[in-house]
Ligand binder design. Structure first.
Ligand code: ASP
Length: 395
């Protein structure tokens, strides 16, 4: 972390010196879809306005590296008996559409960052997931969204928190990363910045869905705290005063592109009935999202407070980088040895630069899908495959 901080400082100073102090992550970094200076290579910092030559994608990877994408649509108590076949089919189709969109970007030689964005946009635009359209309601009956993105090649990151009028929060997070000198912007200030970037704004009502409103009403009626968050899934039944379905519908994606660069992104409405400007892990770099070509890219979903306290996403990377654990060991240790013992429910998706992937979760289900260049692909929901599960994924 110290080394990375030093590199970031050097990058900032070099960029500031080059442009008279108008430095930003964007000016020191890549344009969308283009090649970028690798971590630790400040000599490649450029303020040239011309489009850099894209790095050619290797036709045949000499190391037999795989590339591909993994996505999630939230973890939680997704009970097979309470999810109607019709609703299940809807979820599966949307996960498939999302993973296909990200994969298409990669297959075309696009960057992992663009792939992650393409997949998340589809999930944000779907009312099925707790991100963008379909975001859960706050205690006050509003929808406040958080999102973040990180480039594993350069270490650049961007995030927004508590925004209410930007149609696609993931684009806002990316704009912060690429067009501001900051990493995280919040609330009205973030929206003001998004306006300068020409991002699409919508009236707050755009995010209202009947299903999420009912969830808020149910939770408020029980006087549960903001952490007692059900999904309000119409297919779920309330049982014994417990949340009908303790599901975290956050969405996220991690990808590795043909050049071996990883990226991660996460987008959420947070937790139903949240109040006092509560922000979860999703926009916190190192908690809900992290990416580093030298270890892996991670996106988390679950009870955010615990993921923040454990620096969950960064912990997966640190275990690999400093503890020499494999991706599977690192991701499982974070979910089952760090989060679970302190009561943190949820899961992570992760991918390495050579295409290993892991999707551990300590809840009964996690909406997820993957598509890799070696032909492996799958859409899955539950821990053990449900009879209706046709996907080939190994959890
Ligand atoms: N992690 C998110 C939060 O705490 C919730 C989720 O994953 O659905 O805001």
């Amino acid at each position: 972390m110290l080394a990375r901080g030093a590199i970031a400082l050097v990058l900032g100073l070099v960029a500031a010196a080059c442009d008279g102090g108008r430095s930003s992550q964007n000016e020191a970094g890549p344009k969308p879809g283009a090649s970028a200076p690798a971590r630790g290579e400040p000599s490649e910092v450029s303020v040239d306005d011309s489009e850099p030559e894209p790095e050619p994608a290797p036709k045949v990877d000499p190391r037999g590296r795989r590339w591909g994408i993994v996505i999630h649509g939230g973890a939680g108590t997704i009970n097979p008996d309470k999810l109607s076949p019709e609703r299940e089919a809807e979820y599966r189709a949307k996960l498939r559409e999302s993973v296909d969109a990200g994969y298409a970007v990669l297959a075309d030689g696009g960057s992992s960052l663009d792939a992650v964005q393409a997949s998340i946009l589809i999930l944000e635009d779907s009312p099925l997931f707790n991100a963008g359209k379909g975001a859960v309601f706050t205690h006050d009956g509003t929808n406040e969204m958080d999102a973040s993105v990180m480039n594993g090649q350069t270490g650049q990151a961007g995030a927004v928190a508590g925004i209410t009028t930007i149609k696609n929060p993931i684009l806002a997070a990316r704009a912060v990363m690429e067009h501001s000198p900051h990493v995280m912007l919040a609330g009205p200030g973030a929206e003001q910045f998004c306006r300068t970037q020409g991002l699409q704004e919508v009236p707050p009502e755009y995010f209202h869905t009947e299903r999420r409103k009912k969830a808020l009403d149910r939770i408020r009626a029980r006087e549960t705290t903001e952490l007692d968050h059900g999904s309000g899934d119409d297919d779920s039944k309330d049982e014994g005063g417990k949340p009908p379905d303790g599901k975290f519908g956050t969405v996220g994606a991690v990808a590795v592109d043909q050049r071996g660069h990883v990226a991660a992104g996460t987008s959420t409405g947070g937790m139903t009935n949240k109040r006092w400007g509560r922000i979860g892990d999703s926009p916190v770099i190192g908690a809900g999202t992290f990416a580093d070509d030298d270890s892996c890219a991670v996106s988390a979903t679950g009870h955010g407070e615990f993921f923040i306290r454990e620096a969950a996403a960064h912990s997966v990377c640190a275990r690999m980088q400093f503890g020499k654990q494999s991706l599977t060991e690192a991701a499982h240790a974070v979910v089952f040895e760090q989060l679970e013992p302190i009561g943190g429910s949820g899961g992570v998706i992760a991918i390495t630069a050579s295409g290993e992937r892991a999707t551990p979760f300590n809840t009964p289900g996690m909406y997820r899908a993957h598509k890799m260049s070696d032909g492996t692909t799958g859409v899955a929901i539950w821990k053990s495959d449900h009879p209706r599960e046709q996907a080939s994924e190994t959890p």
